[in-house]
Design a binder for this molecule. Structure first.
Ligand code: GLY
Length: 329
């Protein structure tokens, strides 16, 4: 049986990255090898998946820095990535399903425990805002496919083409062999998950993706599933996932991490535990990537992944850094 301690021993301790708000708890380096200096913890804090999270964090910070709430911050933050045509794993420009449809998944959760989600939503630039509308304007948590689209249009969201020329070319290339072989940290460099703790200490999270490239029509991953791609409990903290959704769905990793933090683990320890459980249950763990980020009520953050190559961005009062997560492999 794998043990989390053993994994930690195997990973590069020198770059361990756990933050207490603006405080680096141990010597850790950013993605450029620069050492992060120790600082005093203050809220707010924003953490998001992957290096592209850094620019999304800045947008979220624009909301938080002026006293805005965590919910508005995470929505505005991830919208930046949804609208980025160059990003082929989130929003417009995302790689389509095997039939050439860009089908988006997103969810959002606020500090009151409210949640909204959309799955396989086509033609809408900002699925995260539709997810928020589901949360705030319907008695439901999740809308899918045509129903989600109808709701979005009724709410005033404009339909548009999300399949860019660049994504179309990749799809045409893929069709030549039509293999389902996700490439770790490339094709699976996927989701933006963002967690924010605002100045009042309230936590919200958002998660949005175009999902697995060239998926079957109707395939839904972890990202819009509350507890899998994202979970927030304002008494404890929040967590978000990236990577192969099928694996995260079977572990409800984000919920697990929040529960582990509730039981006293740090965000870093909880992320490591969630990843180690995934590895224990999946013999083929060297063939896929899954990464988690987490934050607790005090603004302490953590991250961990199955494979090397997962990075994440943390914005505090002092810095906005991209950090390499430790990993099992
Ligand atoms: N983690 C995103 C997906 O698998 O759809």
């Amino acid at each position: 049986m794998f043990s989390r301690r053993k994994f930690i021993g195997q990973s590069a301790l020198g770059s361990a990255a756990a933050f207490l708000g603006g405080v680096s708890l141990n010597s850790c380096n950013d993605a450029n090898g620069r050492e992060i200096t120790k600082e005093i913890n203050t809220l707010p804090v924003v953490i998001s998946t992957w290096d592209f999270g850094a620019k999304a964090n800045e947008v979220a910070w624009g909301v938080l820095g002026s006293g805005g709430n965590a919910l508005d911050a995470v929505e505005e933050g991830v919208k930046l990535i949804e609208a980025d045509e160059e990003n082929q794993s989130v929003g417009i420009g995302g790689l389509p399903d095997r039939d050439g449809r860009v089908a988006l998944d997103a969810c959002i959760m606020d500090s009151e425990g409210n949640a909204g989600s959309v799955c396989a939503l086509e033609h809408i630039l900002h699925p995260i805002s539709v997810a928020r509308a589901v949360m705030e304007k319907t008695p439901h948590v999740m809308l899918v496919g045509e129903g989600a689209l109808e709701f979005a249009v009724a709410q005033g969201f404009q339909k548009q083409n999300l399949l860019t020329e660049k994504a179309k070319v990749k799809w045409e290339e893929w069709k030549v062999e039509a293999k389902y072989q996700p490439i770790i940290n490339v094709e699976l460099h996927d989701t933006i998950g963002m967690l924010a703790v605002d100045q009042q200490g309230n936590i919200s999270g958002a998660c949005t993706t175009s999902g697995l490239a060239f998926k079957m029509r109707g395939r839904v991953g972890d990202s819009p599933i509350i507890g899998a791609g994202l979970y927030v409990d304002n008494e404890v903290g929040g967590a978000a996932a990236t990577g192969l959704g099928e694996i995260v769905l079977k572990s409800l990793g984000s919920f697990l991490i929040v529960e582990l933090m509730r039981m006293g683990q740090s965000p870093q320890e909880a992320c490591e535990e969630a990843v180690s459980r995934i590895v224990e249950k999946n013999k083929n763990y060297k063939d896929f990537q899954v990464g988690f980020i987490a934050v607790n009520k005090s603004g302490e953050t953590g991250a961990f992944s199955v494979q090397k190559g997962f990075n994440y961005a943390v914005k505090t009062t002092k810095q906005n850094v991209v950090l390499d997560a430790n990993s099992i492999v």
